[in-house]
Design a protein around this ligand. Structure first.
Ligand code: ZN
Length: 146
């Protein structure tokens, strides 16, 4: 595993749409493992592949309950609303309030290619929305309300 350089706001990579993953190979597994190491090294709670310069639909999250890794993640269902402060490893030193669903149901693939569904509330729901936004080229600063 290796720590990768985190791409910062202003780099055009962060504004591009990531590609769907068609094949899970060793190269992808290495990317996922590097993303996990990079996220922990930076004390982040989530990281999306474009943040390490790779336009592939992969996210990793750990809000303190263990690692979640998802390939081609999609939000299937969302409910409620919450507003809280957010930050991003790609936008250092900036925080702001963002409104997100209180609860989401997310579907994606694990590294073995199995379909998994995860329900997240509160911080986990926020993390899913924030990381999946990265795959669309959206930053939290686009959504800050104050
Ligand atoms: Zn981010």
């Amino acid at each position: 595993m290796a720590i990768r350089r985190v791409v910062k706001d202003g780099d055009p990579t962060l504004r591009k749409k990531s590609r769907k993953i068609e094949k899970i190979d060793q190269r992808l597994i290495t990317l996922i493992e590097d993303m996990i190491e990079t996220m922990y090294d930076a004390n982040g709670v989530g990281l999306a592949a474009p943040q390490v310069g790779i336009l592939k639909r992969v996210i990793v999250i750990d809000i303190g309950d263990g690692i979640i890794e998802l390939i081609n993640p999609e939000i299937m269902k969302e409910s409620g609303e919450q507003t809280d402060v957010e930050g991003c490893l790609s936008v250092p030193g900036v925080n702001g309030d963002v409104s997100r669903p209180q609860k989401v149901k997310v579907r994606g693939l694990d590294r073995k290619g199995n379909m998994v569904e995860i329900e997240g509330e509160d911080l986990l729901a926020r993390a899913f929305c924030h990381e999946i936004d990265h795959l669309e080229g959206i930053l939290f600063t686009d959504k800050v309300i104050k």
